[in-house]
Write a protein that binds this ligand. Structure first.
Ligand code: HH2
Length: 302
């Protein structure tokens, strides 16, 4: 088993794309984005019913202002979502989801922002990529062969997230014989499959809260070094989730940013390449301070 010391100090991470992207460098393997340590994926939900910020970015103006603020604060990627996947959520028709995300993507394309789209529908992913998205964030972990094909054909990387079941029922009775072995095996298998069919690069995400009890979430977090020691960059998304309430008694999702930040700093120290956060600016600031404190060149040794 690998330990924190194997993945710390901060490692470089890379994502490859089959097309030009903001901030990307052209290489023999396509266009690449490279960063060191842990960066931030800012959450932009353009939904009426997301569990912590539903309705807050309902107008195009509000959505664009939030995206630009997160970019200016230093977020590496903005993740645009048009369907809530909170526990108990009912699916939204593809047309409706697209009507929510497409205007935002079209408006932001050309503003130097790396854009991902949070969708589990291949049809939405294809249209979102055509509208200017660069990366697909699939909470279904590329289990749909059509989604694999969309990413491969477009040359778009994907975030492969683990979920047991589906949002409507996933928290009813999640069960694993060995949560770490099962989740990590799923992620590695899906990553190999994706690369084999031509998806240029992937992120792996253990999917906190997606068909998992508190014990499952904590076990996966403590096993992060095993995942981050592998060849793929790892994303962790705990922002404002129920898990923070269980750990720190914060019933209102909007009040959970401090706990989210603490959890994400822990993930960064375990080698996470990205954290997905609503309070993107606060996360960028905290991660920069954390990184600076770990940098021995900033102060001479005594
Ligand atoms: N969590 C949510 C949505 N998408 N994607 C990844 N890769 N990892 C996550 O942990 C993750 C995700 C749920 O959060 P949010 O988007 O704020 O809520 P909602 O699904 O209600 O819109």
């Amino acid at each position: 088993m690998s330990r924190v010391s194997d993945v710390w100090p901060r490692r470089p991470h890379r994502l490859s794309f089959g097309f030009p992207v903001p901030g990307g460098e052209r290489t023999a393997e396509g266009w690449q984005i490279e960063w060191t340590g842990c960066a931030v994926m800012g959450v932009l939900n353009v939904t009426p019913d997301s569990f912590s910020d539903g309705g807050q970015h309902a107008t195009l103006e509000a959505a664009l202002a939030q995206a630009r603020a997160m970019r200016d604060a230093g977020a590496l990627i903005i993740d645009v979502g048009g369907e809530s996947t909170r526990p108990g959520a009912e699916p939204v028709p593809a047309e409706q989801e697209l009507d929510r995300v497409r205007p935002v993507l079209r408006a932001l394309a050309g503003e130097g922002i790396l854009l991902s789209v949070d969708t589990l529908k291949a049809e939405v992913a294809a249209a979102a990529l055509a509208a200017g998205a660069h990366l697909i964030n699939d909470v279904n972990g590329l289990r749909d062969p059509a989604m694999l094909q969309v990413c491969a054909a477009a040359g778009a990387p994907a975030c492969i997230m683990h979920m047991q079941g589906e949002p409507r029922t996933m928290q009813v009775a999640p069960h694993y014989d060995d949560v770490v072995a099962e989740v990590h095996a799923f992620l590695r298998t899906q990553a190999q499959t994706a690369l084999a069919v031509g998806v240029p690069s992937v992120l792996l995400d253990p999917g906190l809260g997606f068909g998992k009890t508190l014990a499952h979430n904590l076990t996966l977090l403590r096993a992060l070094p095993e995942l981050t020691a592998g060849p793929f960059p790892v994303l962790v998304g705990a922002s404002r989730k129920r898990l923070i309430d269980f750990l720190a008694e914060v019933p209102r999702p909007a009040d959970r940013d401090p706990g989210s930040l603490a959890l994400h700093l822990y993930a960064a120290r375990q080698g996470a390449a990205l954290v997905r956060a609503h309070a993107a600016g606060a996360h960028v600031q905290a991660l920069r301070v954390e990184a600076a404190l770990e940098d021995p060149s900033l102060a001479p040794a005594r």
